[in-house]
Write a protein that binds this ligand. Sequence first.
Ligand code: MOS
Length: 643
Amino acid sequence: MRYANQPIAVVIAETLEAATEGAALLSPQYEARSPRVGLDAGESFVPAAVGVGNPATVQRGDVEAALATAARRIDATYETPAQYHNPMEPHAIVAVWDGDGLSIDTPSQSLALAQGRIAGLFGISPEKIHIRSPFLGGGFGSKGMISGPQILGILAARLVGKPVKLVLRREQMYGPVGHRAPTRQRLRIGADSDGKLTAIDHHAKTTSSTFDDFFEPAADVSHTLYASPAVATSHEVVRIDTGTPMFMRAPGEATGSIALESAIDEAAQACGMDPLAFRLKNYAEVEPISGKPFSSKALRYCYAQGAERFGWSRRPLAPRQMRDEAGFLVGWGMGTATFPAYMFQAEARAVVRRDGSGLVETGAHEMGQGAGTALAQIAADGLGLELEQVEFRTGTSDLPDAGIAGGSSHTATAGMAIHNAGAAVIAKLSDLATGDERSPLFGASNAGVVARGGRLFHRDDESRSESYAAILGRAGLTEVAARGQSAADPAAQSTYAMHAHGAVFAEVKVDPDLGQIRATRVVGAFAAGRVINPRLARSQLLGGMIWGVSFALHEHAVMDRRSGRTLNANLAEYHVPVNADVPSLKALMIDEHDPHVNALGIKGVGEIGITGSAGAVANAVWHATGIRVRRFPIRIDDLLMPA
Ligand code: MOS
């Protein structure tokens, strides 16, 4: 056994009851050895890369020299626990083989990756694999790659030559389908006597499994938020008896951000400065490591508008100064939010039909975030049609590859492919019209027409127009179709640092006698480029902010050090916020036009909400109590019996 909860057998039966009984009859014998658990379980090493190919160690300037001469210094160590994704829908699969063809129903955040992985494992060509994943009941990264249990379902189907359905029970999701690895992060920060940062050193230690590689890139967030002439980030890893960790909503940014934002708060305190004033003095306008500029004007708006809406200017500098009418200690804290604006590769196909309707196809991933709606909106816009006129086919592997629904990139990546496919269809329609003397658009150039309401209009004379139906009818065509691709623009990528930004302000109330903590109010202001659907984007931001509250106050997979098992491997004892834990939340969306990320100006909103929020809540707890807790989640006993 490599870890607790590792699958060791699959019982296949005609009914769930029979399979369950069969599994209960198994009596495996174990020879028990002491598990290696925790961050100190063994020798650590520096991995070749962290996250998805980022260097483990990065340095600019001389951090040690800058720290040695700094007027103000902090040196603090923070710990974050293992967390588990717990999407509402567990990993599940129905698989059936037909010769060497394979048909699968299973949730996936990346159909093409899943197809490629299964093809490699079973030695069949990807085209032989058909995956349907029309909807996911959440994923948070745990369905980014096909998991071991899903592969077991495929193996079982091959063994019995029939369709097999395999669904993980909730407790079975603690191990074989990934988790957020625990971290211990040491932050050393130096500042001059004016409160200007002179050094940031961020070192993260984390864990991975004994048999596979995923290394939480926790320190990388310090590349991107604050300006300092000397910056160093580094990682080390200990292999322990655990399932392999995985991407989990804002992998690296979430863990790193709560430590960095706490440390920045401590640095502000050491400089005797208001935390917002300190951040305004030190936020990065250019990426400290690469020297590439950010769209930092948007971040300034986030600070200003978030602070204004929250009422930050009334915050006393010293902690433990505010009480509410019931006598609870009140504290206000803040954090800066950031997440990279990724663009991956995708493809889409668009069609305009003779009846004036449209069709757009791409294998996108609807996991509750609203991709189906936002992408269909982009499709309709691109084709110059109303949303109701466009059929959007998605969620299966036989459609063009929509890339991964991860890294908060899906709307940008799949959306740009859809946009480009639509533009290609419109260009074909335009060629048909402008090259035909019988068309009112004859002689207009391709760039001289605009598509709107199912018609092409002459750009300079809108009285000249023609419907798609008329253009296709005259040409004797039933439809016109085209494909579009998307990918990052290497020229823009090498010139600009591409991130979404935000600022989060939190209020907590702490019972001075019982230590009970309630987050009561969180205001976040986010600049994430062009927002396609404000209602969906707001919902994503709120979800992230709630996760931030959860990170600071609730989530914690508790390890039994004797058995190596997670003690609270279920939804009853693994604390996530319920309605009563969720404060009054406000997500302000700052209008941002970033022409460099992609032609539509879209960044992403899926993950940034966690960053900033977790630190803001933690900093508010300090401001309420005067107690700086550096191990998360913050618990009642941390406040009653401070270390
Ligand atoms: Mo996410 S962790 O990019 O699904």
